[in-house]
Design a protein. Structure first.
Length: 271
C-alpha cells in the first residue's frame, strides 16, 4: 500500500511540474537562417543544436473544448504544426515562422543556436507597443519592424536593425563583428559599446542631439570640399535644416558602426 501511495504522489508531482512548464516545440537545426515573421518576440542565442520555441502554458479558461479533435485552418493556408499557434516551415535552408489564427498577442520565446543567422520582420499595427528582444546571440542578425521597439543585449553582430515607430537600445559584447547599422526613424537610439572598439563611425540625427560618453574620442574626418553653382566655397557648412552628422573613427577605425535617427536622439555609451 505504501508503494502505491508513493507512486500516486510521484505521479501528481510530475503532472504538476508539467502543467507549470511552458509549451515547447523543438526543431533539430544549427545552420541556416531563422526568419521570424511575428511581433514582440524574444530571441536568445545559445551553444546548442536545436531551435526551441516556447509559449506560456494555457490557462483553463483559454482552452476551447469545442475545438478538441479539430485543426485550425486559415485563409493563408498556414497550419499550426507546433502546438503553439505557430507555423514553422523550412525551404532551402530558410526556416519561416508565422502566427496562425488570432492569438498574435501570445508571447513567444525562441532559443537559437549561435551558429545560425536570424531575421525578424513585421509590420503588424495590431501589436504596436511590443518589443523585439534579442540577447546572448553571436550570429548575424537582421531586424526590420514598424511598431515594435528593439532591445539587443550582449550581441556581437553583424547587426542590421531598423524600427520606424519604436526606440532602439543595444548593449554589445566585448567582441563586436561588423558591420553594425542601428536605425530608429521616430525614436531614440541608445547604444553601449566596448571602450576599446575600433570602428568607423557614422552618427546622424536629423532633428535631435547626439551624446557620447567621456573617453569615446571620435576623430572626425576633414570635411570634403564643396562648392555651389557660383563657385562659392561651402566646405564644412550645412543648411540649418540638415542633420547633425558625425563621421570619423574610434581607436583608429575598424568595423562600420552606423547609428541614425530621424526625430529622436542618439546616446553612445561605453561598457
Amino acid at each position: 500500500m505504501k508503494r502505491i501511495v508513493a507512486t500516486i504522489i510521484l505521479s501528481i508531482t510530475l503532472v504538476s511540474l508539467t502543467n507549470g512548464q511552458d509549451r515547447q516545440f523543438k526543431l533539430s537545426k544549427k545552420t541556416g537562417t531563422l526568419k521570424v515573421n511575428i511581433p514582440g518576440v524574444t530571441i536568445e542565442g545559445y551553444d546548442g543544436n536545436e531551435i526551441v520555441f516556447s509559449a506560456p502554458q494555457l490557462k483553463n479558461e483559454e482552452k476551447d473544448e469545442r475545438a478538441e479533435g479539430l485543426r485550425l485552418v486559415t485563409g493563408s493556408g498556414l497550419t499550426d504544426n507546433t502546438g503553439l499557434n505557430l507555423s514553422v516551415r523550412e525551404n532551402a535552408g530558410v526556416i519561416d515562422v508565422d502566427y496562425v489564427g488570432k492569438r498574435a498577442q501570445e508571447p513567444i520565446a525562441i532559443k537559437v543556436p549561435n551558429t545560425m543567422a536570424v531575421k525578424v520582420a513585421t509590420t503588424d499595427v495590431m501589436n504596436a507597443g511590443r518589443r523585439v528582444d534579442v540577447k546572448d546571440f553571436k550570429g548575424e542578425l537582421e531586424i526590420s519592424v514598424m511598431y515594435n521597439a528593439i532591445s539587443l543585449q550582449n550581441v556581437t553582430g553583424p547587426v542590421n536593425a531598423k524600427t520606424i515607430y519604436g526606440e532602439l537600445t543595444a548593449i554589445f559584447a566585448s567582441v563586436v563583428k561588423g558591420p553594425v547599422s542601428l536605425v530608429s526613424v521616430y525614436k531614440f537610439v541608445d547604444v553601449s559599446i566596448p571602450s576599446g572598439l575600433k570602428a568607423n563611425v557614422n552618427l546622424s540625427s536629423k532633428n535631435g542631439n547626439i551624446y557620447a560618453a567621456d573617453g569615446l574620442d571620435i576623430k572626425r574626418e576633414a570635411p570634403k570640399e564643396q562648392k555651389n553653382s557660383d563657385g562659392e566655397d561651402l566646405t564644412g557648412l550645412k543648411e540649418w535644416s540638415r542633420s547633425t552628422d558625425i563621421i570619423g573613427t574610434l581607436n583608429g577605425g575598424g568595423v562600420d558602426l552606423i547609428l541614425k535617427t530621424g526625430y529622436g536622439k542618439i546616446y553612445l555609451r561605453k561598457n
